[in-house]
Design a protein around this ligand. Structure first.
Ligand SMILES: Nc1ncnc2c1ncn2[C@@H]1O[C@H](COP(=O)(O)OP(=O)(O)OP(=O)(O)O)[C@@H](O)[C@H]1O
Ligand SMILES: [Mg+2]
Length: 311
């Protein structure tokens, strides 16, 4: 999880997809400690499909500029080494290693392409995938995931860009997309598309292991315009309250679930043996429905609440 030391503002996104092998970085210098944000990073090759962790540093806001906070002295990003260094003092620092390190200059497009696009591609191939943003309040989780880009299209966040790629890949005649948008607030699950629908249970099928939320609104989406409308409705219903650190603070965890059903044709290769000669036959293709799910989670950054003035 993100911490708040010396006013450092950072947020992280988790995403799961195999990491490309990369050379092991050299050892840290004396007086510093190297920590892995994701311990599995050490054995990236041995852990296919593991959770990957990226860190994004947001630009300083007007208040921080005014305060002339010494960020440069306490936080240093090393994007080429995929490391973030937090300096305790002149001779002591902690270095954290991530799968991706995104500086304050990283565009929304780049963040999407590095963090979420690989997950979306896997989902379109039939896997389930999750992108989750976590970090202290005001670090940019909702900005990274939920921006609609109505004023400036380049601001579009991960939710909007994911759906654009999904629609670009699906075939409208044979495939379908349904969406539910929920929030977890005070330990209860509420429907952001129908707030009267609260206390939604979470049910796990003991046989298949499938998790479902009976009663949650599921809306079939056929175009990007109706998806944006759905996000607007959800955002309006999301509980927000001011904190000292972030005037647009999310006080609930938001969970967007995108269910995809694709029609695929599966052909079967059969090996037959006649007179000792093996020959390959292809059985006629049979139509199948392939289901997969993309989950995007925008956590409420309410840890260290005593510092943020929430309570
Ligand atoms: N990369 C960025 N570039 C410019 N502004 C940003 C960026 N990231 C965040 N901001 C701005 O910082 C403020 C806080 O961002 P945001 O609301 O996304 O934080 P959060 O992590 O969701 O906080 P909370 O946990 O309280 O909901 C917003 O005004 C947002 O517009
Ligand atoms: Mg938020």
């Amino acid at each position: 999880m993100a911490s708040n030391r010396n006013g450092v503002q950072r947020g992280s996104a988790k995403f799961d997809r195999p990491l490309k092998p990369r050379p092991r970085p050299s050892s840290p210098s004396p007086g510093s400690a190297l920590r892995r944000a994701n311990p599995a990073a050490r054995n990236a090759d041995a852990v296919p499909g593991r959770v990957r962790v990226a860190v994004r540093l947001r630009p300083r806001n007007a208040e921080e500029m005014m305060a002339d906070a010494d960020f440069a002295d306490c936080v240093e990003l090393q994007p080429e080494l995929k490391r973030l260094k937090l300096r305790r003092n002149n001779w002591d620092s902690d270095t954290y290693e991530f799968d991706e390190v995104l500086t304050e200059f990283a565009s929304q497009k780049r963040v999407y392409e590095v963090v979420a696009k690989p997950v979306v591609e896997s989902v379109l191939d039939g896997y389930n995938g999750t992108v989750m943003a976590y970090g202290q309040t005001g670090t940019g989780k909702t900005f990274t995931l939920g921006r609609l880009g109505e004023v400036d299209a380049s601001d579009r966040g991960i939710m909007v860009r994911s759906m654009e790629d999904i629609f670009a890949d699906l075939s409208p005649n044979t495939d379908s997309v349904t969406v539910s948008y929920l929030q977890l607030y005070m330990e209860t699950l509420q429907d952001l598309l129908n707030p009267a629908n609260d206390n939604i249970p979470i049910v796990e099928d003991p046989r298949s292991g499938d998790v479902s939320m009976p009663g949650a609104t599921l809306v079939e989406i056929t175009d990007q315009h109706s998806f944006l409308e759905l996000l607007r409705v959800g955002e309006a219903n999301r509980i927000a309250a001011n904190t000292k650190l972030n005037t647009e603070s999310s006080r609930s965890h938001a969970i967007l679930m995108v269910h995809i059903k694709r029609s695929v044709l599966e052909s079967e290769d059969i090996v037959s043996s006649q007179n000792g000669d093996a020959s390959h036959l292809t059985k006629p293709s049979k139509p199948l429905v392939r289901k997969s799910k993309l989950v995007v989670v925008d956590l409420a950054g309410s840890e260290r609440v005593h510092k943020s003035g929430v309570c």
